[in-house]
Write a protein that binds this ligand. Sequence first.
Ligand code: SAJ
Length: 453
Amino acid sequence: MGWNEAFTKSVEERSISIGIIGLGYVGLPTAIGFFDAGFTVWGVDISERTVSYINAQKNPTGDPEVEGLIPHASDPRWNITTKTQEAVPHCDVILVTVPTPITEDLKPDLSYVRNAGCDVFNAVERGSRTIVVLESTVYPGVTAQTWLPELEKRGLVNGVDVELAYCPERFNPGDPAHGVRQVARVVGCSSEEVGQDLVAMYRHLTSEDVRYVGKIEVAEASKVIENVQRDINIALVNELARIFPELDLDVEDVLDAASTKWNFHRYTPGVGVGGHCIPVDPYYMMQRAQDVGVPAELITAARAVNRTMPQHVAQVIEKILYTNHIPAGQGRVLFLGWSYKPGVGDPRETPAEPLAKALQSRNIHVSVWDPHLGEQDLPDFVQSVNPMYDEHTSDIAVLITAHQEFLNLDWEALGATMKAKRVYDGRRVLDLDRLASSGWETFAVGMPIRNSM
Ligand code: SAJ
C-alpha cells in the first residue's frame, strides 16, 4: 500500500484508497469528493459524534456543501472510523485536514498537525511509501519541522516508508462556486515523481488547474500568503475607513471612484475580519519571519488594523448614542448577525465578539439576532433575540453580517421594535438613502456622521 511506479495507472483505475484525517469543513467535502470520483475512501475523525452523524448520513458540520451528499455507510468504498490505526493500513494516500488555529497569545498551534501525523506514522507499513499529504494551512517549514522528527523517532524514513507532500486546502465555506471540487490546487513534494502523481490524483477531485510547484515549502508558503495578501488588502480599506470620515469623505465613495481604474482591487471596510483563515494565517507568516530574523512589519501592522476595527466601531457607536442624549449605562444595541461571514452560521474569530465586549465595557447592552446561529452559539454576555418577537427596545441596530435575511429585511417592522429608527451599516451593504427616506437615522463604517443629532 503506498506509492510505486504504477501509481498513476492505479489512479486511473481508481484502485488506490485515500484516507482523510479530520472530517470538518474541509475533510468531509474532500472525502465525499474523492468517493464521488470513484476512489475508496477511509475517513477518520476523533469525534464520535462526527463519525456517528456521518455513518447515519447526517451533516455534522452544518456546511451546506455536504447536505444530502454523504454516502451510505454500507458502501464498501465509504469507510468512516474514529481509529486512524484502522484506516491507515488500507490507504495508499492519506490526506491530513485538521485545524491549525492560533493560541491565546496569537502563536501557531500545530498540535493537531503533530498528533495526526503521529497517529498515521504509528500505523504506517514500513517500506510502503505511503503518501501522507498535509492540507491544513501552515507556514513554510511546518510539514518538515513537525513531522520529520516524528518519523525519526519511529525509525521511519521519508522516501522509504512514507512520501510527505503538501497540498493546501482552498475551501471557502458557504461559497458553492469555490468548493473542493471547483478550486485550483498546488502540490509540493520533495519527489517530483510523487508530486506529479498526486497532481494526477487531485485532478479527479477538482475541475480546476492542479500543478506541481516544487518542494513542500513552496506550496506551504503560497497558501499562507494568499490569505496574508487578503488580510493586508482588507486592512487598507479599514484604515481608510477611519481616515476619510475625518476628512468629511465617505470611504465607499472614494473606493467606488478608485475602482474605475483597471488594476484597483476592490475590498470593503467592515466591523472586522473573522473566520478561521484570514485573521489566523498572518500569524503563521509572522512567526516564520520572526524565526529567521526578518521582521514582517507590513503583515503585523495590517493585522493590528483589522484586529482593532471592533474597538474603533465601538467608539463610533458610543459617540452616536452619546450625541443622541442616551445616558451612559442605558444604551442598547441590536446586532444584526454574529457569524463571521454571510450565509453561514460560523462564529469562529467573529469580530462581533470583541465589538460586543467593547460595548459592554462601556455599559452598553448588546442583543444579537443571527438567523444562522442558535442561542448556544452565542456567548452568555449577549442576549439572543428575534426582534420581531422578543422585547429588545434597542437604540440602534448594527449590521454585523450581510446575511441575505438582512438585505431583504422588513425595516418598517424592525423600526417598530426599536426605541429609535437608527442603523449602523457595519458592512456597507445597505441602501442607506432608501432607509433615510423612510425615517431612519443612518450611520456606517467609513461614513462621516452627518445625520441630525
Ligand atoms: N472581509 C472584509 N472585507 C472584504 C472581504 C472580507 O471585511 O473586502 C471580512 C469578512 O467579513 C470576513 C473576513 O473578512 O469576516 C474573511 O472573509 P473571507 O471572504 O476572506 O472569508 P473566509 O475567511 O472564509 O476566506 C476564505 C478563504 N479560503 C481559503 O482559505 C481556502 C480565503 O482564502 C478566500 O479568499 C475567501 O474565502 C474568499 O475568496 O471568499
